[in-house]
Design a protein around this ligand. Structure first.
Ligand code: CA
Ligand code: CA
Length: 499
């Protein structure tokens, strides 16, 4: 069948409400969904152009088959709140879930909330999950009963060296804060094991029942352990380093340091002093390349299972990662390195070969997948369906993408600009067209005043304080005193180790 006719039939199918097939009035099989999450994956992906040496042939092929969003952003630059928001279809500002805890089912108001996979299950799908889909082991055995039908392994990073590979890091020398090469096999890595399990499901699951298969990749989240083969694909020279501006933080508010809390991730200064910057960048690039290879295995199995033509593949990252930009490593910021994420849709109903620069949010996955699969609509979701952009990448979106990090801190990303508002009232404004690295804060430029005001209008009207049950230490930044105190007003993780 030619591609245009195929799209037309798919459109007719959706227009019919998905109840009957327009072509022959026989029941039409709903498309399967392969739902692929990558942890802490920034734009260092070939097709995204975030790093000249990034090579991801399998992700690039998926992007070519479908639509790649080049301006997609997480709703919170941290695992638990980002994933919770996506799965619930609600902003972190609407739930108060903005930290590594709580597991959302512990909140009475969210106990019965229908998540994305539950909505698929209720619509006749069998749902499968392996790896890091929700944050860590969030929910534990309870989640295993309620969130998916079938659970595979959640193997984490897998093989680990007997001791940390890098020198002791400041901020607690956290065990996860490590990277590099040590002798081990790809087959002993968590992401490999989880992929093998998912391949097994593709081989054995009954074809009559549509599948929703979620595979959550742990890498390139730290520790970025890789085997020599992948590591050696990247040169031992400075071409692996990102472009940075040495005095980049001179024009960012002091509060932007507090936002990046008391994380275990070392600053750029430490990486350079300990000759670890290059090693980290190579390890991260190699980790992504390894994950890409696992996605390649998965796609091959999908094709071999006969489901390729009738499966929507969606790939997303839960937040980005800094590797020295703005003088830090890690996430937990409101700049592009933290908020921008990969987002690819491919399969029936998705136009191929498209690059979309309209803003998109991970929040949009829930309503978009409902549309693509012809599931019953819901009126309780805060995202927008991306279906217009999946048909025509030029289709305008009615609002910017918003990323929030604890109460009072928000980034508003339109097609061209980024506006940031911090809880103490300080602000930043960037023109990505002339300043793609966000090096020049133009908030004080009077010529930008009108644009800033337009972006300010999009700050969330609802902005709940953090929900109870947070696991990490909570500190409050008191702007008047310029110090951290414990209370429940503005929650912020402050470090006193600002370089
Ligand atoms: Ca993450
Ligand atoms: Ca700057």
């Amino acid at each position: 069948m030619n591609r245009d006719l195929e799209i037309l039939l798919v459109c007719l199918f959706f227009a019919s409400g998905g109840a009957v097939c327009a072509a022959d009035a026989a029941p039409s099989p709903k498309p399967n969904v392969l739902f692929i999450a990558i942890d802490d994956q920034n734009d260092w992906i070939g097709a995204m152009g975030g790093h000249p040496l990034a090579k991801t042939p399998n992700l690039d092929a998926l992007a070519e088959r479908g639509t790649l969003f080049l301006n997609a952003h997480c709703q919170s630059p941290l695992c638990n709140p980002s994933r919770t928001s996506l799965m619930l279809g609600l902003r972190p500002t609407s739930t108060g879930i903005c930290g590594l805890a709580p597991w959302f089912r512990t909140l009475p108001e969210l106990k019965g909330r229908v998540t994305l996979p539950q909505h698929f299950k209720a619509s006749g799908y069998k749902t499968y999950a392996t790896g890091k889909v929700y944050h860590g082991n969030a929910g534990g055995p309870v989640a295993r009963q309620t969130e998916f039908d079938v659970w595979g392994p959640n193997s984490g990073v897998g093989a680990k060296p007997p001791h940390k590979l890098i020198p002791p890091t400041p901020m607690g020398n956290h065990p996860l804060m490590d990277w590099g090469v040590f002798p081990h096999r790809d087959e002993d890595k968590g992401d490999y094991i989880n992929t093998s399990w998912a391949i097994g499901q593709l081989e054995t699951a009954p074809k009559e029942v549509p599948m929703f298969l979620a595979v959550g990749y742990y890498l390139p989240h730290v520790p970025c352990y890789v085997t020599q083969t992948w590591y050696d694909l990247y040169p031992d020279d400075d071409s692996v380093l990102p472009k940075i501006l040495r005095n980049d933080r001179d024009d960012t508010p002091r509060f932007s340091w507090y936002l990046h809390w008391e994380l275990p991730e070392p600053r750029l200064k430490w990486l350079e002093e300990n000759h670890q910057w290059r090693n980290l960048c190579r390890s991260y690039l190699a980790s992504t390349r390894f994950v890409d290879a696992q996605i390649g295995r998965l796609i091959e199995a999908l094709k071999a299972s006969g489901r390729w033509e009738n499966t929507i593949v969606v790939v997303w990252g839960d937040n980005g990662w800094h590797l020295g930009e703005k003088a830090i490593t890690g996430k937990n910021t409101l700049w592009n390195e933290s908020t921008r994420v990969p987002l690819i849709f491919a399969g029936p109903g998705v136009k191929g070969g498209q690059r979309c620069v309209q803003p998109a949010e991970l929040l949009d996955l829930y309503p978009t997948l409902i549309d693509l699969c012809g599931l019953p609509q819901r009126n309780d979701l805060e995202g927008l369906s991306l279906q217009p952009q999946l048909k025509d990448a030029q289709a305008k979106r009615e609002r910017p993408a918003i990323c929030s990090h604890n109460q009072g801190n928000h980034a508003v990303r339109s097609e061209r600009y980024r506006y940031i508002h911090y809880a103490d009232g300080s602000e930043e404004f960037y023109d990505l067209a002339s300043d793609p690295h966000e090096w020049t804060n133009r908030i004080a430029d009077v010529r930008c005043a009108g644009l800033v005001a337009e972006h300010r209008k999009w700050l969330p009207k609802v902005d709940l304080p953090p929900a109870r049950g947070r696991a990490e230490r909570i500190l409050v930044y008191d702007a008047a005193k310029d110090e951290a105190v414990r209370e429940d007003r503005i929650i912020i993780h402050r470090t006193d180790a600002i370089p």
